[in-house]
Design a binder for this molecule. Structure first.
Ligand SMILES: *Cc1c(COP(=O)(O)O)cnc(C)c1O
Length: 379
C-alpha cells in the first residue's frame, strides 16, 4: 500500500517555480550563478555565520568540513552512535576512522559525560586526541554542548552536523540565542528532499573563519587555481552546488520560519494528544533548546508496542520510521571502536518511532495518528 501520509515531504508554496525558470531562461544552471552566491549569503545571515559554502550534498559538506579542520588518514573522528549513516561515511571519505560514542538516552545526542571523561582520560594518559568530534543535532533538537569548552581546551575541532536542524537554536546557557551550526568550529546543513528545507539535493558549510571557508570552496571546485586555465593545486572534489538547486534552496529559505513553525506545531500536537497515554513518550524539547522539530519522535516502553504501532500506522496509510539504526549495528561500522555504553542508542532504535511531520499535516490526521499509537500501546 502506498503511503498516504508521508513522514516528511517537500512543500512548495513560494518562489520555487519563478527562480527555477530564471535559471533556465538565463542558462545559468550549473555551479556558477547568482542563486548559489545568494543562497550562501542568505543562509549565513539566517544562522548568524560569517560565511557559508554551498555544497552538492550534506554529506559532501561534512566531508569538506572535516578535511578543512585537518582530518585525514590516521585521524579518529568521534561521532554519536545514533545518527544517519552519512555522519560516519563522511569521516571515512576523508580516510579517517570513526569512533562511536554513547548517546543521551532521552534525545539521542552525544552523551556529554562520555565526551568529557574520554577527553580527560586521553589527556591524562598522554594519548592522541581525535582529529574532530562531530556532534549531531538529532531530529532537529540542538545537542547538549556543555562539553564544548573541553574540546576547545584540548584543541579538538567540533563539527556540527546540523543536517536536520536548520531553524533550531539554544535558548539559554552559554550558547543561548545562537543558531545551531555557528557554535562549533564549522557547521553543516543538508537540503535533501525530506529535510527542513530542500534544494532537491544540497548542503552548506557555515563558519566564521574566511580562510577556512575559502579552502572549502576551493576543494569543492576541484581545487582549481582561480584565474588559471584548468590548473589545480590539490586533489579536489566536484562538490559544488548547482545554480538550479540553489534557486530552489533560496525559494525554500524564504519560507523557513513558516516550515519550522509548522513542524513545531505538529510536535506540540503530538505532545498534547499523547500526554495521558502511558507506555509511550513524545521526545520533548529541553527547556534550554528550540528545536526545528524536523521529525517528531515517540519512544515506547515496550518493543512489542512500538512494532504494533508501526504496523497499525502502515495499515492506516501512515508512514512512520524506526529511530536511526545505531552505527554499531550497521555492517560497515560493526567493528568500529566504541566509547561508553551502546545501550541508549540501541534502546532508542528498538523503542523509537518518528511520526509524520510534514508542514501542513492537518489536526485531524495528527489525531488519527495519536489514536493509533494509543491503541497500539493498549494492545
Ligand atoms: C541528511 C543527513 C545528512 C546528509 O545529508 P545529505 O544531504 O543527504 O547528504 C547527514 N547527517 C544527518 C544527521 C542527516 O540527517
Amino acid at each position: 500500500m502506498t503511503s498516504v501520509v508521508p513522514l516528511s515531504a517537500p512543500t512548495f508554496g513560494g518562489n520555487e517555480q519563478r527562480y527555477l525558470m530564471e535559471c533556465v531562461e538565463t542558462t545559468m544552471v550549473s555551479t556558477v550563478g547568482l542563486f548559489v552566491e545568494r543562497f550562501e549569503r542568505e543562509l549565513a545571515a539566517e544562522v548568524g555565520a560569517v560565511g557559508a559554502v554551498a555544497c552538492g550534498s550534506g554529506t559532501a559538506a561534512l566531508q569538506l568540513a572535516l578535511l578543512a579542520v585537518g582530518v585525514g588518514p590516521g585521524s579518529e573522528v568521534w561521532i554519536p552512535d545514533s545518527t544517519f549513516v552519512a555522519t560516519a561515511n563522511a569521516a571515512v571519505h576523508c580516510g579517517a576512522t570513526p569512533v562511536l560514542l554513547a548517546v543521551d538516552e532521552e534525545r539521542g545526542y552525544l552523551a556529554p559525560e562520555v565526551v568529557v571523561d574520554e577527553l580527560h582520560r586521553r589527556s591524562q594518559q598522554g594519548l592522541p586526541m581525535p582529529g574532530a568530534i562531530v556532534v549531531v543535532h538529532l531530529y532537529g533538537h540542538p545537542a547538549d554542548l556543555s562539553w564544548l569548552r573541553y574540546a576547545v581546551e584540548f584543541g579538538v575541532p567540533v563539527i556540527e552536523d546540523a543536517a536536520e536542524a536548520l531553524g533550531a537554536s539554544w535558548r539559554t546557557g552559554v550558547h543561548g540565542d545562537r543558531s545551531v551550526g555557528v557554535v562549533g568550529t564549522l557547521g553543516c546543513f543538508s537540503f535533501n528532499g525530506n529535510k527542513v528545507i530542500t534544494a532537491g539535493n544540497g548542503g552548506m558549510v557555515v563558519g566564521e573563519n574566511p580562510a577556512v571557508l575559502a579552502r572549502i570552496r576551493h576543494l569543492s571546485t576541484q581545487a582549481r587555481i582561480p584565474g588559471s586555465d584548468y590548473e589545480h593545486d590539490a586533489v579536489g572534489f566536484n562538490h559544488r552546488l548547482s545554480n538550479l538547486c540553489a534557486a530552489l534552496g533560496v525559494a525554500q529559505l524564504e519560507q523557513l520560519a513558516h516550515f519550522v513553525s509548522e513542524r513545531r506545531r505538529i510536535n506540540r500536537c503530538y505532545v498534547e494528544l499523547l500526554a495521558g497515554t502511558e507506555g509511550v513518550r513524545v521526545v520533548r524539547e529541553a527547556p534550554w533548546a528550540r528545536s526545528s522539530a524536523w521529525l517528531s519522535c515517540v519512544v515506547f516502553s515496550e518493543a512489542t508496542s512500538r512494532d504494533r504501532a508501526r504496523a497499525m500506522l502502515r495499515d492506516g496509510g501512515i508512514e512512520a520510521r524506526p529511530w536511526w539504526t545505531p552505527m554499531h549495528m550497521q555492517l560497515p561500522y560493526r567493528a568500529a571502536e566504541r566509547l561508553g555504553p551502546m545501550r541508549p542508542g540501541l534502546d532508542l532504535y528498538r523503542l523509537g518511532l518518528s511520526l509524520p511531520s510534514t508542514p501542513g499535516t492537518e489536526d485531524a490526521t495528527l489525531e488519527r495518528i495519536a489514536s493509533l499509537v494509543g491503541q497500539a500501546v493498549r494492545g
